[in-house]
Design a protein around this ligand. Structure first.
Ligand code: GBH
Length: 451
């Protein structure tokens, strides 16, 4: 199935990375095996009303046991990189306890499995599964959690540093902070803006302090962070909507990118958040501004922002997609040009040496046909068009060096449970059967083109 206007692999550099991404809690299952302890997501999912279908990641894709099959699929698709995350509760069973060797062994086997298949491992160190025992002590709102994170990172990078060169300290700190601690729609399900900003500060600080630690443990380490970002539009040309967009931008984009690039928290936003501003110790901002090797960008859709007096915290509101816009089953707008806009802006504002699309993907209500095929034409087209937008961004001078589709397999979509599918590979949750969707076949064909 050719996609009209889609680029060819040969339009990209020979050493360009082509991958898929996943995260531990969303795919592993085996929640009570291998010495793993409870995470905040186990607790949150067990709380009635938090996950839409009442499900959890207890079994998920059973990747913990089925990873060889999953890595075979990744190799057969032609991926040369794979982004996964490491579950802190598998590695650190308690405060003061020694690292759990069984947990580390699992990731060592997984990484060796990738290397044997010619797949470069990209390890994310935090994709939202904080040990519950740390949440009992205040979680990320507590400064001590930074220290606990560093112990975890130390254990992991000592064990895997001889075979994993690429490390992502955090996945989407905005989600950790705001969805988890202000909107309360993700674990730990809190709803306090000051807590959320303190969480955010400690997450950024833990990133900054982890970078030199990773470099100390890993020869030729390449370290970065992945942010969830949206290009923004104002709902109208009115001064009020444009000002609302600026306020939203201050918290959604600059609150992360400015401190990571040595500019501190944006002054206007600091003023707007008032008493909710985080406690910052001397030296914190310098630690956060540590030089990294790349910026990871997770892009899904653009946001339209309107002035909304009284809409906490910043009198601004994100509107649904414009009437007539093409959307996915999540209701998210399909806007490939938004990826180009976003990349161009980051490049213009901060010029990171290298950029990677560490997530990009779409959700559709996929159904297995009688012949076993899954015809996800929408996702195939989404993928093809976003690769096209990425090609254009590179031609315009943005140093994008790799692309990871979200996701390798359907998985536990957080508060949406198993109702939402993002995989290039379909999972039958009754049988755990894997089936390459049409989108996955398209990606495979794209990757098999002569480069
Ligand atoms: C990613 O987050 C995650 O890293 C990944 O684990 C997840 O499975 C994947 O996307 C698909 O969702 O949430 O109502 O406030 C994407 C994060 C989703 C963050 C949309 C902002 C805005 C709407 N973004 N979200 S809402």
């Amino acid at each position: 199935h050719p996609e009209p206007g889609a680029p060819a692999r040969s339009d990209f550099a020979r050493d360009f990375l082509w991958g898929c991404a996943t995260s531990s809690y969303q795919i592993e299952g085996a929640a009570a095996e291998g010495g793993r302890v409870e995470s905040i997501w186990d607790r949150f999912a067990a709380t009635p009303g938090k996950v839409r279908d009442g499900s959890s990641g207890a079994v998920a894709c059973d990747h913990y046991h089925r990873w060889p099959e999953d890595m075979d699929i990744a190799r057969d698709m032609g991926l040369n990189a794979y982004r996964f995350s490491i579950a802190w509760p598998r590695v650190m069973p308690g405060i003061g306890a020694a690292p759990n060797q069984e947990g580390l062994d699992f990731y060592a086997r997984l990484v060796d499995g990738m290397l044997e298949r010619g797949i470069q491992p990209w390890a994310t160190l935090y994709h939202w599964d904080l040990p519950q025992y740390l949440q009992e002590r205040g979680g990320w709102a507590e400064r001590d959690t930074v220290q606990r994170y560093l112990e975890f990172v130390d254990a992991v990078t000592r064990r895997l540093g001889d075979r994993v060169q690429h490390w992502i300290t955090h996945n989407e700190p905005w989600c950790t902070a705001i969805l988890g601690n202000y909107e309360g729609v993700h674990a730990p399900g809190l709803a306090d803006f000051g807590t959320a900003l303190q969480v955010c500060h400690h997450v950024l600080l833990s990133h900054g302090k982890a970078v030199p630690l990773i470099r100390a443990n890993v020869a030729a380490a390449r370290v970065g962070i992945s942010l969830s970002l949206h290009p923004l539009r104002a709902a109208s040309d009115s001064a009020a909507d444009r000002a609302a967009m600026e306020r939203h931008d201050g918290l959604r984009y600059r609150w992360f990118l400015d401190p990571l690039h040595g500019r501190g928290y944006p002054a206007a936003t600091l003023e707007q958040v008032g008493a909710a501003a985080p406690v910052v110790h001397e030296g914190d901002m310098a630690a956060i501004a540590v030089a990294t090797d790349f910026m990871g960008v997770n892009y899904y859709f653009p946001e339209t922002v309107a002035d909304a007096p009284g809409h906490a915290p910043l009198d601004a509101r994100v509107l649904p997609p414009p009437a007539g816009a093409e959307t996915t089953a999540m209701g998210w707008e399909v806007a490939p040009q938004g990826l180009g806009e976003l990349l161009g802006r980051i490049h213009a504002d901060y010029a990171p040496q290298e950029l990677y699309i560490t997530e990009n993907g779409s959700c559709y209500d996929d159904e297995v046909q009688a012949d076993g095929s899954v015809n996800d034409a929408g996702r195939r087209r989404y993928l093809a068009r976003h690769l096209g937008a990425m090609k254009d961004a590179i031609a315009a001078g943005v140093p994008v060096k790799g692309y990871f589709a979200w996701s390798l397999v359907d998985n536990f979509e957080w508060a949406e449970g198993y109702l939402r599918r993002f995989g290039l590979v379909h999972i039958d949750y009754d049988t755990q059967q894997r089936r390459l969707k049409e989108s996955g076949k398209w990606y495979r064909a794209f990757l098999r083109q002569p480069d």
